[in-house]
Design a protein around this ligand. Structure first.
Ligand SMILES: [Fe+2]
Length: 388
C-alpha cells in the first residue's frame, strides 16, 4: 500500500524534527564553551528549518520532470528521508520502552506532594522583569507553583542505623533577576521546615554575576543537622568570576563538594559524599572504584545525570542530579521533548534504579526561560529506607 504524499511528508517531517531535537539535546549536554553552544544552537535551528522546507517542497511541491531528477540532490533528499524515517522509528521505540518499562517502580515507596502557590503565599508575584511577568501570565505557565515532594525511597545497601535519614535536594535556581530573592527564600523556608538531616544543592545556582550577592540571603539560610553541600553546574561556569561564587557559597556555611570527596558521620555511620561537576568543571572527584559489599554508603552530587555510568562504576549508592529541568515543557501523553542530556529525555526527571546506583533527577526550581507546562518547579525531600 503506497502512502499519500501528505502522509509521507508527515512521517518524514516528524523524523526530521526528531533528528534535530536529538542533536540539540546532545549539543547542550556537551562541554563546549557556552558561546560555541549558543552559535551552534542558532545554526542547528536554521539548518533544521531550511532543510525541512526543502524536503516538504520536494515531497508536496509541483511535479518536476526536469534534469534535476536523478541528480545528486534527488538522491540526497531520498537518503535524508530514509534517515528521518529511521530516526522516527528509533524515537517511537525508545518512547514505548520508557513508557512500559520504568526501572524505579520498586524503589519509590511513597510520594507526597505539597503545592506552594508562591504568589498566593507572598501576596504578590516575586517577578523582577516585565518579560517574565508576561511569560508568567501565559495560561498554564507553572513557574510560580513549586511542588514540594516528600519521597520515601528504598536503597539496597542503606545501613539500618540510617533508616529514615532525610536528605533535601534543591537545584537549578538560575538566579538571574527574573524571579526576586523572595521566591527562593520561600523555597528555603520550606526546606528548613522539613528539618532535613542534610541538604544537597546540585548546581546552576547563578546566571548573572550581581545575583551572587543573593547567596547569603537565600541558600545561606538553609539549615541541616549534618550540613549543606553544593556543586556547580554549566550555567555557573558561564560567570566571568567563578571563584567569587565558590567563595560566596563557602562563606554562607555551605560545603563546596565540587570535584571532592569527604566523609561525613551521620548517626555515627560514615557516609561518603562526593561532587562531580563534569563535564564543565573537570576532573571527577578522586574516587577509587569500589563495589565491595562493606564499602561505606555513598551519596554523589552531580549536576548532570549523564554521569550515571561513572557513578555506577564507582559503586555509588545514591546519586542526585538536576540540569534537565524535567524538560520544562511536558506534552500530554508524549512527555518531555527538549532535554540537555546525551541520553535525550531518558533521565528527564524522577527516580532511576540502575544497580548499584539509584539516581534521582529533580526538575529544579527555575530556569533561564521562564516557561513551564506540565513540569512545575520541584523541591525534594528524600527519606531513605533500607530494602527489606
Ligand atoms: Fe539548569
Amino acid at each position: 500500500m503506497a502512502l499519500t504524499p501528505y502522509a509521507t511528508a508527515a512521517i518524514v517531517s516528524l523524523g526530521h524534527v526528531a533528528l534535530w531535537i536529538w542533536l540539540y539535546n546532545r549539543l547542550h549536554a556537551s562541554s563546549l564553551p557556552s558561546r560555541a553552544v549558543r552559535h551552534l544552537e542558532k545554526w542547528t535551528i536554521f539548518v533544521a528549518v531550511a532543510t525541512c522546507g526543502w524536503l516538504l517542497f520536494g515531497l508536496l511541491g509541483p511535479p518536476r520532470e526536469t534534469a534535476v531528477d536523478g541528480a545528486w540532490t534527488t538522491w540526497l533528499a531520498r537518503l535524508w528521508c530514509g534517515i528521518c524515517v529511521l530516526m522516527l522509528a528509533y524515537v517511537v521505540t525508545a518512547w514505548c520502552v520508557r513508557r512500559w518499562h520504568h526501572p524505579s517502580g520498586h524503589c519509590l515507596v511513597h510520594n507526597d506532594t505539597t503545592r506552594i502557590r508562591v504568589a498566593d503565599v507572598l501576596g504578590h508575584a516575586p517577578i523582577g522583569r516585565m518579560v517574565t511577568r508576561l511569560c508568567a501570565a501565559l495560561p498554564g505557565n507553572e513557574i510560580l507553583e513549586i511542588h514540594a515532594q516528600h519521597k520515601i525511597i528504598r536503597l539496597a545497601r542503606l545501613p539500618h542505623a540510617l533508616a529514615g535519614l532525610r536528605i533535601a535536594q534543591i537545584t537549578d535556581l538560575h538566579l538571574t533577576g527574573q524571579l526576586t530573592p523572595e521566591f527562593f527564600q520561600l523555597a528555603v523556608e520550606h526546606v528548613n521546615r522539613w528539618e532535613p538531616d542534610a541538604v544537597m544543592i546540585t548546581g546552576d545556582l547563578v546566571d548573572k554575576a550581581p545575583c551572587v550577592a543573593w547567596i547569603p540571603a537565600t541558600l545561606g539560610r538553609l539549615r541541616a543537622r549534618y550540613g549543606v553541600y553544593a556543586i556547580l553546574g554549566n550555567h555557573d561556569q558561564r560567570l566571568a568570576d567563578v571563584p567569587t561564587l565558590r567563595k560566596a557559597v563557602a562563606a554562607s556555611g555551605i560545603h563546596d563538594l565540587g570535584g571532592r570527596t569527604m566523609t561525613c558521620r551521620m548517626r555515627d555511620v560514615p557516609v561518603l559524599l562526593a561532587g562531580n561537576e563534569c563535564p564543565w568543571f573537570p576532573p571527577a572527584p578522586p574516587w577509587v572504584p569500589c563495589t565491595d559489599a562493606d564499602r561505606p554508603f555513598s551519596i554523589l552530587l552531580s549536576h548532570s545525570p549523564d554521569q550515571l555510568p561513572w557513578a555506577r562504576r564507582c559503586g555509588v549508592d545514591l546519586m542526585l542530579a538536576g540540569h534537565t529541568h524535567g524538560g520544562q515543557i511536558r506534552l500530554p501523553v508524549v512527555g518531555p521533548i527538549i532535554c540537555p542530556s546525551r541520553y535525550g529525555v531518558r533521565y528527564a526527571s524522577g527516580l532511576f534504579a540502575e544497580p548499584p546506583t539509584l539516581l534521582h533527577v529533580s526538575r529544579g526550581l527555575a530556569g533561564v526561560q521562564p516557561l513551564r507546562w506540565g513540569c512545575p518547579p520541584e523541591l525534594t525531600l528524600l527519606e531513605l529506607q533500607p530494602n527489606g
